[in-house]
Ligand binder design. Structure first.
Ligand code: COA
Length: 268
C-alpha cells in the first residue's frame, strides 16, 4: 500500500537536524523515521535507553541516516538540556524539536490522586516547555527553527476519565501560540499537531481496548483510526518550506473525529 509519505521529495530534509522527545515508540517514532527517511539526522529521546538503542538501530537500518538515542526525562530540565547539547555536539546544529513525550491513563477525576494529575502535567506540559526552553538558543541559530508540539483533541470537549491529559494538552496548545508570538522574531515557528485515535500506538491500546475501539471507529467520519504515517506526513509538511507561513496553528489530524456530533442514537 502506498504511504502518505511517498508524496515528499526524498531529499526534502537533507541537512536538517531534529530532536524528537518520546521518539522511541509510537507516533513520535514514526515522525523520527519520516524525518530521517527524507534526509534529516535525528536524535530520539525517552526515559529508557534500551528502547532508544533498539529503535535508533532500526531507524538507521531503515533510512541510512544518522539516528541516535539519548535517555532523558523531559521532567528534568538538566536531562533534556544535556540531550539537546549532545545532539548539537554530534550533528553541529538543531533545526527542529518535536515535543512528543507524553504519559496517560484512564482515571475518574474523583479517584485521581494529586500526584497522578501532577505527573501527567509534568511530562506533557512542563516537559514540552523544558525542551523548547533548552532548545531556544540553538533553534535561533538555525535561522529556520521549528517547535512542533504534539497535543490531542481531548480538551475540545469534557472528555471523561481524561482530566489530567486534557488539562496538559490544553496547556501545550496554549504554549504553541505563545511561542509562535514570542519567537517569530527569532526565525522560529511553533506549530502543533492534534492527532485523533491512531492505530498501533500505546495510547490506543491503553485508552480504547477491544470493543471500546470498535465503537470509537464507528464514531469517526473517516470510519477508521488513523495511521502513524498520516501523522508523520503532517509533521513533514509542517517542517517543510511549504508551511513557512504557518505558525501558532494546531493542525487536527483525526479523520473528522472531533467535529462529529455524537449521533444520540439516530442512524444516518
Ligand atoms: N490510574 C490512576 N493513577 C495512576 C495511574 C493509573 N493508571 N498510573 C499512574 N498513576 C498515578 C500513580 O498512582 C502516582 O500517583 P500516587 O503517587 O498518588 O500514587 C502517579 O500517577 C505517578 O505514577 P508513577 O507510576 O510513579 O509515575 P511514572 O513517572 O513512573 O509514570 C506514567 C507515569 C503516566 C507515564 C505511566 O502511566 C507510564 O509509564 N505510562 C506508559 C507510557 C504512556 O503513558 N504513554 C503514553 C500513552 S498515551
Amino acid at each position: 500500500m502506498a504511504s502518505p509519505l511517498d508524496i515528499f521529495r526524498g531529499d526534502l530534509l537533507a541537512g536538517h537536524v531534529a530532536l524528537v522527545t518520546g521518539g522511541g515508540t509510537g507516533i513520535c517514532r514514526g515522525i523520527a523515521e519520516a524525518y530521517a527517511r527524507l534526509g534529516a539526522d535525528v536524535c530520539i529521546t525517552s526515559r529508557k535507553q534500551e528502547v532508544l538503542d533498539k529503535t535508533a538501530a532500526e531507524l538507521r537500518a531503515a533510512t541510512g541516516r544518522a539516528v541516535i538515542g539519548i535517555a532523558a526525562d523531559v521532567r528534568k530540565p538538566d536531562d533534556i538540556a544535556s540531550a539537546i547539547k549532545q545532539t548539537v555536539d554530534k550533528f553541529g546544529k538543531l533545526d527542529t524539536i518535536v515535543n512528543g513525550a507524553a504519559g496517560n491513563f484512564l482515571s475518574p477525576a474523583a479517584a485521581l490522586s494529586p500526584n497522578g494529575f501532577k505527573t501527567v502535567i509534568d511530562i506533557d506540559l512542563n516537559g514540552s516547555f523544558n525542551t523548547a526552553r533548552a532548545a531556544f538558543e540553538y533553534l535561533q541559530k538555525a535561522g529556520d527553527g521549528l517547535v512542533l508540539n504534539i497535543s490531542a483533541t481531548l480538551h475540545y470537549h469534557g472528555t471523561p476519565l481524561q482530566i489530567h491529559a486534557s488539562a496538559a494538552k490544553a496547556g501545550v496548545d496554549a504554549m504553541t501560540r505563545n511561542l509562535a508570538v514570542e519567537w517569530g522574531r527569532f526565525g522560529i515557528r511553533c506549530v502543533g499537531i492534534a492527532p485523533g485515535p491512531i492505530d498501533d500506538t500505546e495510547g490506543m491500546k491503553r485508552l480504547a481496548p477491544g470493543d471500546v475501539g470498535d465503537k470509537a471507529r464507528a464514531a469517526i467520519p473517516a470510519g477508521r483510526f488513523g495511521a502513524i504515517d498520516e501523522i508523520a506526513a503532517a509533521a513533514v509538511f509542517l517542517r517543510s518550506h511549504a508551511a513557512a507561513y504557518i505558525t501558532g496553528h494546531v493542525l487536527v489530524v483525526d479523520g473528522g473525529h472531533c467535529v462529529a456530533t455524537p449521533p444520540l442514537g439516530v442512524s444516518f
